[in-house]
Design a protein around this ligand. Sequence first.
Ligand code: ZN
Length: 232
Amino acid sequence: MVNIRWLGHAAFVIELDNEIFLIDPWITNPLSPYKSIDSFIKDYPRIHYIVVTHDHGDHVGETIELLKRYKDARICAVFELAEYLASEAKAIDRSIPGNIGGPIKLSELTTLVFTPAYHSSSRGAPSGIILLSRDFSIYHAGDTGLFSEMVLISELYRPLVALLPIGGYFTMGLKEAIKAIELLKPQYVIPMHYNTFDVIKADPTELQKMVKDRGLSTTVIIFQPGETYNFK
Ligand code: ZN
């Protein structure tokens, strides 16, 4: 059983194989149901992994504070970023520094792969994330423009669920996201990285229409911030 919860922007809580992954934890983003770290910790007494796609503030979010509070959470990111965040949180022994394209076996069941992202980042390369378990595959694209290697991501990892930015300006907009869906062929798409700020306003129902018009078999699930979806 897999639960995916959107906290607004690019922040997700993913429960996979009884482990809890917190992705791009800007917990207190303007759309988030949480206004403080304390209220988040009340709901989630334990987090196993914090995964950060790149070093922009709206993705690193409250990572350092969370690493200090969750004493056994581990930090996964591209090498330079993981080492920086872990050292700031005095948690260097909990760093899992990776790099693009290298599968990291986190446990018997779960593997993490950093994927390329067309974006920028001052510490380490910007990335997306694939989370794989025995019969489940999730792709969090991070902040990225469209790129043709999504075909390889589809071929190698067959994501059942793809979390794709649609807000434009810094990342893909709708026109690029529909092409990404054609390349990735996921069963489900969850739009993210939109409506947090004025410059990334987008209407996710437009993406649903585009998928229908093109006769694609993907289902676009529009989350309200704070909403959870359960995938069997
Ligand atoms: Zn960014």
